[in-house]
Design a protein around this ligand. Sequence first.
Ligand code: C2E
Ligand code: MG
Ligand code: MG
Ligand code: MG
Length: 288
Amino acid sequence: LADHTMFHAKNMGRNNVQFFREIQGTVLDRENVLLQTRLAQAIQERQLQIFYQPVVDASTGRILSLEALARWHDDHDGWVPPDVFIPMAEHLGLIHELGEQVFEHALDRLRVWRQAGHEVKVAVNLSRAQLFAPNFVERLTGMIADQGLSPTDIILEITESVALLDVSYESRRLQELADSGFELAIDDFGTGYSGLAQLHQMPVRRLKVDASFTTRLHTEDGQRIVQAIVQMAQALRLETVVEGVENAEDARYLMQLGVRQMQGQLFGDPMPAGVCDMLLARQAAQRS
Ligand code: C2E
Ligand code: MG
Ligand code: MG
Ligand code: MG
């Protein structure tokens, strides 16, 4: 994967986040409006790209699922980080259209991968607003059926802050999605304020431990915190994915805690679907 460093998260603009945050401030409000206009146009013209990042079984290296991540290359500003354009799309009411494009792309790829005999699932991120779209669940299940796929092949990731809002509308939608067969995952886990009891009531099958914890694994405090989070997930019998795994040392430590599913630069950055095709094919060839 070394030759895909051009898609490296850092190059993708982690450093730009601060820069764009400043743009979002009052000083450059006009710039901001222009960026919003270009984003609206990019979405309308379907110029956003969808990359995929593998979640692997760290003990075998096998790809278990692929997470769809939206990417936007703006003619003027270059790669704009999702941390900037996703909130912007939400603000502009364009997240429904964006989300639908991501979903279409992910379903299309999943169909191709399944036809090639790969057992992978795809994961798609959902924004809170998408849960409020009329007939949201029906539309999703309709799109899936059209492709000859099943909701059980799809993981829907919802950030902890959204998933645990104790608002009946959200919980009803989540329950509906779970009842339809989707596998729900709590994303960025550990960054919200969820209690065990609350988690236990959620129709959730997996937790994705936020990368901000993984990056502190080199400290003793960091290790203790990750251990506590993992134990909580295990007590609830939830599948645990740790994201942001960047080096072998952290991966080894996590394996000792009983974590198998990992995501991060050590195993692969988000990459174009064509690269995933090749990776999956190579894995299949190695197994047979
Ligand atoms: P997320 O769902 O938690 O996605 C994981 C983020 O971690 C991605 O950031 C990924 O590039 C980054 N990452 C992967 N490996 C590593 C690593 O080893 N170390 C570190 N430090 N980071 C790593 P990205 O692509 O910038 O996306 C940011 C967020 O934007 C995502 O966080 C997700 O919440 C949101 N997002 C992206 N695409 C979509 C989308 O299509 N719809 C919605 N609603 N949200 C999206
Ligand atoms: Mg995610
Ligand atoms: Mg995440
Ligand atoms: Mg995250």
